[in-house]
Design a protein around this ligand. Structure first.
Ligand code: ZN
Length: 384
């Protein structure tokens, strides 16, 4: 008999009817105490050789319906390798059709990044002599909120902050952090070695561990969207933001990247502080230059498409990178990756993937190095 289940880390689905393999009816569960939903992750057992047709009935009420156009779900047999399966959005439903080769397999919105892998990442990072983990405090579900510090704050020229996964369903953000750290720890990489000597990196690989384990798209255990909490965070509602903001006040911030996934746009892009009043020309120029260097370093990045400046209206300064940029008077950018594929460099098997996210993370060292060089030049007074 065929069964659909999701009682595991980051699982999310509700079974409406699983009796007929040709018409499996499912709903995506809402984030707890919230109306947001879009992340799904479930297991199908007992379906080897059968042509499955799975209908996600409430797809038309998801947070970003635009996200379903030209979107292909991912599947995996071994929970390691994820591949795209035929998916279409029709009559307000997301329809996934696939014939599994073996009895047990998983379907998800994007390659999941498990809580166990998150703990492994922290443990692995701390094996490196120039890295230590700091427990900032506790989340509402009682999990640790961890910060990784790479480099020596006492001698570093500047502080670079990287925050990821405020929105827990955007798992590509933590895949990116993994690739970023892998390169930063690579002793054979001269750029990485120099940067970790000259800078100190403060990295929060997962800003929202509760939402991640709960299988949320966008909110924490209290149903709060952390990326609208930066103006007035509280320990009751958004301890994750409160604790990180407090730490930033101690360390200072000279450059900040907040890592996300975008449901709708089929490309990687950066939203900087363009359009925010009182942002200096020097900061806007540094953000522009950062993007140009990243685009040269990694052709998966592009600058033609992105958010229109001002699109978030009154919410603008409640958002992480905008608040940090204004408060710390520094370049601060939101990096968005697609759930779909990058349409100009498509990969029909995997689409945009964990691996490509990690490589984009590794590429970030190039614009960071360029930013540092320009900063040194400006401070030594030979800029003309
Ligand atoms: Zn996001």
């Amino acid at each position: 008999m065929l069964t659909v289940s999701c009682a595991f880390d980051a699982g999310n689905i509700e079974v409406v009817d699983q009796r007929n393999p040709a018409d499996i009816q499912l709903n995506i569960r809402k984030d707890h105490q919230s109306d947001f939903f879009q992340w799904f992750f479930y297991r199908v057992q007992g379906a080897a050789g059968q042509q499955l047709r799975m209908r996600l009935l409430n797809a038309d009420q998801a947070a970003y319906v635009d996200g379903w156009e030209d979107y292909q779900a991912v599947a995996s047999y071994d929970r390691e390798h994820w591949f795209r399966v035929p998916t279409r959005y029709e009559n307000g439903e997301l329809v996934i059709e696939h014939q599994p080769e073996t009895n047990s397999l998983y379907y998800a919105y994007f390659a999941p990044y498990s809580y166990e892998r998150h703990l492994d990442l922290l443990a692995w990072a701390e094996q490196h002599s120039n890295c230590r983990s700091v427990r900032l405090g506790q989340t509402l579900d009682g999990r640790d909120l961890d910060l990784l510090v790479v480099g020596n704050p006492a001698v570093a020229k500047a502080a670079v902050w990287v925050t990821a996964r405020q929105h827990p369903g955007e798992t590509m953000a933590e895949w990116l952090v993994e690739g970023f750290l892998e390169r930063l720890f690579d002793n054979d990489d001269a750029q990485a070695r120099r940067l970790s000597q000259q800078l100190v990196f403060f990295v929060v690989p997962n800003m929202n561990p509760d939402g991640s384990v709960r299988g949320h798209l966008r909110t924490n255990a209290a149903g709060v969207n952390l990326n609208r909490e930066w103006m007035t965070p509280s320990m009751e509602q958004s301890p994750e933001v409160y604790l990180v903001r407090q730490q930033m006040a101690q360390t200072g911030v000279d450059l900040h990247l907040d890592i996300h996934g975008d449901e709708a746009l089929p490309c990687n892009f950066i939203a900087g502080q363009e359009g925010i009043p009182d942002t200096s020309a020097a900061i806007l120029a540094a953000e522009q230059r950062f993007q140009e260097v990243l685009m040269t370093a990694n052709p998966d990045f592009q600058m033609e498409r992105g958010y229109e400046p001002g699109v978030f209206g009154e919410e603008t300064l409640t958002m992480c990178s905008n608040w940090v940029g204004q408060h710390h008077n520094c370049p601060a950018m939101t990096l968005e990756m697609p759930f779909k594929d990058y349409d100009l460099q498509p990969d029909p098997v995997q689409g945009w993937s964990a691996g490509r996210s990690a490589k984009l993370g590794a590429s970030l060292l190039d614009p960071i190095a360029d930013w540092l060089q320009n900063r040194d030049r400006t401070e030594s007074g030979d800029a003309c």
